[in-house]
Structures are given as structure tokens and as C-alpha cells.
Design a protein around this ligand. Structure first.
Ligand code: UDP
Ligand code: MG
Length: 162
């Protein structure tokens, strides 16, 4: 059972999640949103955008030396992406668990990539991999005013502070 100050701290953990152009074109937006939502994470920002190639390069700057970098940035900027921020206790690490391993051939069944994707360069979803990248990615994709802080009615039932 969490104390009030711990609940407050838990509320502040946020991660950046994006449904890539393949996930959008395949009609998987609702399926993916629903997996985060029914777990109990809270949606605090969402928009649909077509990122420029320069923007995609910024998003994936950590991977610029990798052979797949150019193709990856071309693909991310090839069509609409659903950009989101999700909030909740442990959401960065657990969000990655919901998503599954990078290569869908290795993702467990039950994960988003395990259930819905087949190859690594069309793995339908992005999620921040650590607190620092979550902070940077949220700041890259969203302005402060696009993030909505609110108390959901379910929270006291989710976290046990009644
Ligand atoms: N990727 C790829 N080929 C590879 C490895 C990665 O096309 O051999 C793509 C894949 O879409 C992946 C993205 O590059 O989601 C970013 O790679 P990263 O290692 O950060 O994986 P993620 O964090 O998305 O699981
Ligand atoms: Mg990554």
C-alpha cells in the first residue's frame, strides 16, 4: 500500500510511446492504446504527426552509427505516427515489457511486438528505454502545455490509497 507522497512520486513517472507508421497503417492504434490503458497506465498526451526526416534523426540520434539508421529514419518519417506520453508507477520499464523485445522474432507472445509484428524493421512501436531517454523524448515530441496532468478516478483503486 502506497503512502500519499509515494503516490505523488509514482504519478510523475512518464514515458514516451510512439506507434510507428506501420502500426498506424495496419489499424493497430486502438489495440496498442488499449494495452497500456487496461494495464492501468494513464494517458497524459497524444497526437498524430508526420515527423520530418530531420526530426526522426533527432529522435534516433543514439543510433546514428548503426547501419540501419538511415532506413529507420526514412521509415519513421514516411507517414503518420501516433505520439503519446503515458504515466504510472514503473511505466518506463513496464512499458518496455508490454512492447516486447526489439526483434519480433524474439518477442514473447503476449507482448505487443510478439503478438502483432514479425520483423525488426517493422516492429510497429517505440518506447523510451530509460528515465533519461524518456525525459528527452517527451521534451522532443511535446511542448509542456500538451501534457495534461489530471487525477483519474481509478487511481485510488489502482494504487491502494483510498
Ligand atoms: N532496428 C532495425 N534493425 C535492427 C535493429 C533495430 O531496423 O537491427 C530498428 C527497429 O525498428 C527498432 C529501432 O531500430 O525498434 C530502434 O532500435 P533500438 O535498438 O533502440 O530498439 P527498440 O528500443 O525500439 O526496442
Ligand atoms: Mg530504443
Amino acid at each position: 500500500l502506497l503512502q500519499d507522497h509515494q503516490l505523488h512520486a509514482a504519478e510523475l513517472e512518464r514515458t514516451f510511446i510512439a506507434i510507428k507508421p506501420d502500426g498506424v497503417q495496419r489499424g493497430l492504434i486502438a489495440e496498442i492504446v488499449s494495452r497500456f490503458e487496461r494495464k492501468g497506465f494513464k494517458l497524459v498526451a497524444i497526437k498524430i504527426v508526420v515527423p520530418s526526416k530531420e526530426f526522426a534523426q533527432k529522435h534516433y540520434h543514439d543510433l546514428k552509427e548503426r547501419p540501419f539508421f538511415n532506413g529507420l529514419c526514412d521509415f519513421l518519417s514516411s507517414g503518420p505516427v501516433v505520439a503519446m506520453v503515458w504515466e504510472g508507477e514503473g511505466v518506463i520499464k513496464y512499458g518496455r515489457k508490454l512492447i516486447g523485445a526489439t526483434d519480433p522474432q524474439k518477442s514473447e507472445p503476449g507482448t505487443i511486438r510478439g503478438d502483432l509484428a514479425v520483423v525488426v524493421d517493422r516492429n510497429i512501436i517505440h518506447g523510451s528505454d530509460a528515465p533519461k531517454t524518456a525525459k528527452d523524448e517527451i521534451a522532443l515530441w511535446f511542448s509542456h502545455g500538451e501534457l495534461v496532468s489530471y487525477t483519474s478516478n481509478a487511481e485510488k483503486w489502482m494504487y491502494g490509497v483510498n
